[in-house]
Design a protein. Structure first.
Length: 93
């Protein structure tokens, strides 16, 4: 897919696993929202991730050991300190 700027589109994906809280927010324009440290950590995985790859915390890498995770080492994650992270480059990208 090529947007108007004639460059390929790239995206970053961040994944973390843990407890979350959900709810409907608003009175006129209702929105379904997710809250909690797990969501914040997943957002940090996106922010420190690399284009066209999935960055995950050590929790996710431990839950899905069959994937070919590449260790990125301990990255400084805002609000969490140093955290061991992994990256996965999906096939076809």
């Amino acid at each position: 897919m090529k947007p108007v700027v004639n460059r390929p589109t790239s995206m970053r994906v961040g994944v973390h696993s843990g407890p979350i809280m959900s709810g409907i927010v608003g009175t006129k324009n209702l929105r379904f929202c997710l809250f909690g440290d797990t969501m914040n950590t997943a957002a940090r995985m996106v922010q420190t991730g690399v284009p066209d790859a999935i960055q995950a915390s050590y929790v996710v890498a431990d839950l899905v050991p069959s994937e070919k995770w590449q260790a990125r080492g301990n990255l400084q994650i805002k609000g969490k300190g140093k955290m061991k992270t992994y990256v996965l480059h999906p096939k076809g990208i």
